[in-house]
Every structure is written in structure tokens, then in C-alpha cells.
Design a protein around this ligand. Structure first.
Ligand SMILES: *[C@@H]1O[C@H](CO)[C@@H](O)[C@H](O)[C@H]1NC(C)=O
Ligand SMILES: *[C@@H]1O[C@H](CO)[C@@H](O)[C@H](O)[C@H]1NC(C)=O
Length: 322
């Protein structure tokens, strides 16, 4: 979720409201499916990704850092990197073939610093920290990351509506820009978030979403082709993306908590097939698919004393199709 400063204020407002109105009791009785509830050190969590090899969730901390959810339901810090202290860690991608984690680093309030960091998953030693803001843009905010088959990383810039392409060792950064990314009007006020979630498709292209326009894009890896995926439904507030299979994509979002869209023509067009309504006051930010095929959705807002965050199994309902 890309939502810079304003949305943090918004999120905190909702959290407070939820506490006051006793939402906490309500949600316990309403949730279907599996629930992973964990005690956390921070109020805001952006990303949770399933690490199948080690059977755990890895999470990124909005106050900066990476952790894992332990079996006892507590969050344990794995990375706290002083070299970008004061910044948030946001999108997180497990790069399994290279046994590393890629994580987006950004300055939440000022939107001046953006970077991509990589850590070895065994030692948690940092492999690289590549500053993206050094290219000198005024408005930038790195948000989410994905990795292709050869180890290039692709990072969305939710303010600048472009994609940074970072070489496997972090040494080279190029940009994918296109007027197509901003050719659809924002359907929501304030234009808080543009390009947001991103995934690499095994057939060799990227899918990324513009949150405020609710439009999905298919992008070639070299950036020479950027096309909107033809859909009759808008995916407003679309945030983190996760492929369920080569033709089914989960889109986490503020409201509903997640949707499934399906394509039968290699993502030239797609249609909305399913929705999941979870604890919406906690604001879903990303989805991850476990090795058993179950989809889990992570939510931004922690609640209670001590603070608890939830990752919920998405129980999807079919959408009536025209
Ligand atoms: C983010 O990290 C960079 C690099 O260390 C630093 O210059 C900047 O001040 C940090 N931003 C904030 C808001 O602390
Ligand atoms: C998008 O899909 C609709 C309905 O199938 C079709 O009529 C339209 O021509 C398509 N647009 C593009 C640009 O492919």
C-alpha cells in the first residue's frame, strides 16, 4: 500500500475509531477461514509474504525492518538496518532461486528517499542497498517489488507512476515510463496512490495496478510495451498482487479486502470472478499464496493492547457475471 502521509493519518484515525466502537469484538465473531493473529511491535504493517521453505510469514515493518511470525504468535525482528533508519520498509519479495529477500525502502512522510534493499535469507546479511531517488525525481515513492526469472527487480513508484528496474546485483537502475500508466482518470479524490502492486508473470511480463484509477497494466520486461488490461470492472484501491495461477490474479485492496480476476487470453483482457470481504477496518494491503494454494491477506492496522495484527485466509465468494 502506497499511501503516503495522508493515508497514515487516515489509517490511524480509523484504528482509533475502531477501538472506540468496539470493532475488536465484532471481528472475532465474523471471520471465516484461518486466522493468523500476531503480537507486534508496531501499529502499521505493510506486507506479509509466505515463505514456503521455512513455513513462516515474513513481514515488513512500516517503522523500518523485517521480521517473521513465530509459532507462538509473536513477531521477531530479523533485520533492522541503520543505513536507512527513519524510513519505512514496504513491498517485500522472496527471491527463492537466489535465497534472498528484496524489500522496498521509502520515506513515508517526505517522499524524498526511495531504495531497494536485498538480504540473504540465511544470514540476513545485506547484499545491496540501491538508492532509487538518486536519479533526481521530485515526486517519488517506491512501493512494491517483484523479481523476474533472471533476478532483475521491478519496483513501482506510486507518486511518479513509473517502474524502476534494478539489475540482479543492485548495481544498475533503469526506468520504465509510459504515458499509458496515467492515461486513465483517478476515480478517487486526492490521488494518493498510483502504480502500486506488481507481479512477474512466468510467461515473461509484468502485471501492475494503478490504485486510484483501478486499472491493471500488462508491461513487457524491457518496458517497450505497456497496455491496460481490458476489463469491464474497475479494481479501485487495488494494492498488493499475487498470482494464484498463470491465469488468475489476486488483488488485495481496501474495499473489498481482495478480488480474483481471471484472464483467458494472456492478460490482454480479464474479468472479475471473486471477492473476499475481510476485516475491512484493518485495511488489506497484500495477498500471498501458501503452498497449499490458500490465499492469505495481510492488513495494515494493528489494534489492541498489546498490539495485534491479523493475516486472514481469504474465503472468496463468486461474483455474478453479466
Ligand atoms: C531515509 O534514509 C536515508 C538514507 O540513509 C536518509 O538520508 C534519510 O534521512 C532517511 N529518511 C528519513 C525520513 O529519516
Ligand atoms: C475490450 O473488451 C470489450 C468487451 O469484450 C470489447 O468490446 C472492446 O473492443 C475491448 N477493447 C479493446 C481495446 O480491446
Amino acid at each position: 500500500m502506497a499511501m503516503a502521509s495522508l493515508s497514515i493519518v487516515f489509517a490511524l484515525g480509523i484504528a482509533l475509531w475502531a477501538l472506540i466502537t468496539g470493532f475488536l469484538n465484532l471481528e472475532d465473531s465474523k471471520l471465516k477461514g484461518e486466522l493468523v493473529e500476531y503480537e507486534s511491535q508496531g501499529w502499521l504493517r505493510e506486507y506479509a509474504s509466505w515463505d514456503a521453505q521455512n513455513q513462516r510469514f515474513l513481514v515488513s515493518f512500516v517503522e523500518g525492518g523485517l521480521g517473521q511470525i513465530r509459532m507462538d504468535g509473536k513477531e521477531e525482528t530479523l533485520v533492522k538496518d541503520e543505513d536507512y533508519a527513519g524510513n519505512a520498509t514496504l513491498g517485500l519479495e522472496i527471491d527463492r532461486p537466489r535465497n534472498r529477500v528484496l524489500v522496498v525502502v521509502a520515506d513515508l512522510l517526505g517522499n524524498r528517499y526511495s531504495a531497494l534493499a536485498a538480504y540473504d535469507m540465511k544470514t540476513w546479511r545485506r547484499l545491496f542497498l540501491t538508492e532509487l531517488s538518486r536519479l533526481g525525481d521530485e515526486k517519488l515513492f517506491a512501493d512494491d517489488v517483484t523479481v523476474d526469472a533472471t533476478g532483475n527487480a521491478y519496483v513501482t513508484d506510486t507518486k511518479g507512476n513509473k517502474i524502476w528496474r534494478v539489475s540482479p546485483d543492485g548495481s544498475e537502475v533503469t526506468e520504465i515510463r509510459s504515458p499509458v500508466f496515467t492515461s486513465f482518470p483517478s476515480k478517487l479524490p486526492l490521488s494518493l496512490a498510483g502504480l502500486n502492486g506488481i507481479v512477474f508473470h512466468p510467461d515473461g511480463f509484468l502485471l501492475t495496478i494503478h490504485s486510484w484509477a483501478g486499472v491493471l497494466f500488462k508491461v513487457s520486461l524491457d518496458g517497450s510495451s505497456v497496455r491496460a488490461v481490458n476489463m469491464s470492472a474497475l479494481l479501485l484501491l487495488g494494492d498488493g498482487l499475487a498470482l494464484l495461477s498463470s491465469n488468475r490474479l489476486v488483488v488485495a485492496s481496501g474495499m473489498p479486502s481482495a478480488r480474483i480476476v481471471e484472464s483467458t487470453d494472456g492478460w490482454q483482457s480479464a474479468s472479475l470472478t471473486h471477492r473476499y470481504v475481510g476485516p475491512m477496518h484493518r485495511i488489506a494491503t497484500c495477498a500471498t499464496v501458501k503452498d497449499d494454494g490458500k490465499v492469505f491477506v495481510s492488513h495494515m492496522i494493528g489494534m489492541g493492547f498489546p498490539k495485534k495484527h491479523v493475516i486472514t485466509q481469504a474465503i472468496f465468494a463468486e461474483v455474478a457475471r453479466p
